[in-house]
Design a binder for this molecule. Structure first.
Ligand SMILES: [Zn+2]
Length: 95
């Protein structure tokens, strides 16, 4: 599976979230990986969040998170941004 990292312009759509994402880069861990999806864990300020990547879903649904922000607003959250930045900057290896 080829993971599709989000484009810089999408990651930077909301500057505040982007900055939050940068702060979380080193708090990202790979949880597990299957043929069709990858699970990441992001330790936020208070809670641990689960970010999922679904290979088979359409582009705007590939990245999902279990946090309230994502669930209620259906927009990129700082956790998804953090995972994308960690992959981009090669701080995280998919093995
Ligand atoms: Zn989130």
């Amino acid at each position: 599976m080829e993971i599709k990292i989000l484009e810089e312009k999408d990651l930077r759509k909301d500057e505040k979230l982007y900055i939050k994402g940068i702060r979380l880069i080193n708090s990202v861990k790979l949880d597990y990986k299957t043929q069709k999806h990858i699970s990441f864990l992001v330790q936020g300020d208070n809670e641990l969040h689960n970010v999922m990547y679904f290979d088979e879903k359409s582009n705007d649904k590939k990245w999902q998170c279990d946090c309230k922000w994502y669930t209620l607003q259906d927009k990129l959250c700082s956790h998804i941004i953090a995972v994308n930045l960690a992959l981009k900057e090669k701080k995280l290896s998919l093995g």
